[in-house]
Design a protein around this ligand. Structure first.
Ligand code: PLP
Length: 355
């Protein structure tokens, strides 16, 4: 879509919270991006409007059959005051992969990228500058046709909203306790595990509630067939370091292809670390812990960047990793990615896009 973006400016601007008061996903900027889709027209009417509610018929398809996809990426203010998006092209590609699986019409990648750049540019004053803070960008597509039949809808809206978010680790990185989940699964081969779609999150709420009640912050899902192979955390991909090898489950259809996962793997390979994208059973992880070769476990995701895992609990057994301390590669990866995001080091990989 090469149509010009129509801009309607907000007449009243909201008060911006102080960087120290920012949380996650509670405050939204003054404007949002929208475009509509109809079968006969394709994507049309790209526009930036004042942030506000969408009005939808109660029969709207998305409310009933969950035809919805989203993305989550961030813009950062560097020490030089400039604003950069982190790997937006990768997120656009993934939005379109999710679209194909959920029968949502794809967006022209150049148009989708332009929507992110133009909206963030207009809202650049909302990008916080303190260490660890960012502007979270949430592109979403939902089916808008009012129709109760089960088939792909004939109308959609694409929207992008922005939310300034606070530091994920205001008191420094803290290793998390994770419950290895045997009772529930997240995905099965052939299912929608690799799509970023709301239904996967609806399905994850009960397992997470049960894990929280038992004192754990997160859940590590096992594969849906054997309940043995480790898969992912549900909001993060997982990496384990056994001896000198870093192992992460392969992109075989049941886990999300994390952009942070990809960035971490690229850095590890550049550093000469042995990296394997392969299946790994929870039994292999436990065996390594018993023989003392399980050195580090961390999660990767846009929200936390890198999240150290201090403890895994499986079938009632607690496995403490690296004495509950942050491992070397865990810390090094976190620092390396954050340095690129905030332009503290030159971006030699083309991962950031200045807006
Ligand atoms: C978004 C997401 C991730 C992390 O992906 P990033 O691109 O690194 O943010 C991991 N797992 C699931 C299920 C997700 O939805």
């Amino acid at each position: 879509m090469s149509e010009a973006i129509r801009i309607t400016r907000a007449t009243a601007k909201k008060a911006k919270p102080k960087d120290s008061e920012l949380a996650f996903g509670t405050v939204f900027t003054d404007h949002m991006f929208l475009a509509d889709f109809q079968e006969e027209k394709g994507w049309y009417d790209p526009r930036i409007e004042p942030y506000g509610p969408l009005t939808l018929d109660p029969a709207t398809a998305v409310f009933h059959y969950a035809q919805a996809i989203f993305e989550g990426l961030k813009a950062f203010r560097g020490g030089d005051g400039k604003v950069r998006l982190f790997r937006p092209q990768k997120h656009v590609e993934r939005l379109n992969r999710s679209a194909r699986r959920i029968c949502i019409p794809e967006l022209d990648p150049d148009f989708a990228l332009r929507s992110l750049v133009e909206l963030v540019k207009l809202e650049r004053d909302w990008v916080p500058g303190s260490v660890g803070t960012s502007l979270y960008v949430r592109p979403t597509v939902i089916a808008t046709e009012p129709f109760l039949g089960v088939r792909p809808a004939r109308a959609y809206v694409y929207f992008v909203i922005l939310s300034p978010v606070g530091a994920y680790y205001p008191e420094g990185m803290n290793p998390v306790k994770i419950l290895v989940m045997e009772k529930y699964v997240r995905a099965v081969p052939g299912g929608v595990g690799e799509a970023k779609t709301g239904g996967n999150y609806a399905a994850s709420l009960l397992p997470a509630e049960e894990a929280h009640a038992a004192g754990f912050t997160q859940v590590l899902y096992l594969d849906g067939v054997h309940r043995r192979l480790i898969e992912e955390v549900g909001t993060m991909n997982i990496m384990v370091r056994i001896g000198d090898e870093v192992i992460t489950p392969p992109l075989a259809g049941t886990i999300l292809a994390g952009v942070t996962r990809d960035s971490a793997l690229a850095l590890l390979r550049e550093w000469g670390v042995a990296v394997s994208e392969r299946q790994i059973g929870i039994d292999e992880v436990i065996a390594a812990a018993r023989t003392g070769t399980l050195r580090e476990v961390w999660g990767t995701g846009t929200a936390a960047v890198i999240s150290p895992v201090g403890e895994l609990s499986y079938r009632g057994e607690r496995i403490v990793i690296n004495d509950g301390r942050i491992g070397d590669l865990t810390g090094r990866l976190y620092q390396a990615i954050v340095d690129i995001q905030c332009a503290r080091v030159p971006d030699t990989r083309g991962w950031t896009l200045e807006v």
